[in-house]
Design a protein around this ligand. Structure first.
Ligand code: MG
Length: 155
């Protein structure tokens, strides 16, 4: 059996916050605002996995209102979602993430991001695709960073 899921998320860029994408800290004057570490790419990915499993979304699983998740490491939340996926009998076929950012330039950090996600899933790096794009200054990216994710799960 195969299941597909998609996820989408956006966070605002602000001063005095770290910028963490796919578990990799990226040097930047601005970081993403959020209740957790605001790793927008991992948030979109978790929603894609939960979507494939028809188990709701991360807001349901890890509510903003819960102080337990304040400043949470999104990679730890991802580990919980992966364990849910495994308990449902599924494993990752492949995933594909697009990060939408005007700045900073992300290309040189993408290999490290792919390694972090491959380690989180315990899968081959060839199953993990991460891309970055801008919106040519026309969209929301600039004031924030967005991410879209698609996953295929198999059992
Ligand atoms: Mg989010």
């Amino acid at each position: 059996m195969i299941r597909i899921g998609t996820g989408y998320d956006v966070h605002r860029l602000v001063e005095n916050r770290r910028l963490v994408l796919c578990g990799v800290e990226i040097p930047s004057e601005l970081g993403l605002l959020g209740h957790s570490d605001a790793d927008v790419a991992v948030h979109a990915l978790m929603d894609a996995i939960l979507g494939a499993l028809a188990l709701g979304d991360i807001g349901k699983l890890f509510p903003d209102s819960d102080p337990q998740f304040k400043g949470a490491d999104s990679m730890k939340l991802l580990a919980e979602v992966i364990s849910l996926m495994e308990r449902s009998g599924f494993s990752l076929g492949n995933l594909d993430i697009t990060i939408i950012a005007e700045r900073p330039k992300l290309a040189k950090y993408i290999p490290a991001m792919r390694e972090r996600l491959a380690a989180a899933f315990g899968c081959d790096i060839s199953q993990i695709s991460i891309k970055a794009t801008t919106e040519e200054g026309l969209g929301l990216a600039g004031a924030g960073i967005g991410a879209q994710a698609a996953v295929l799960l198999t059992k």
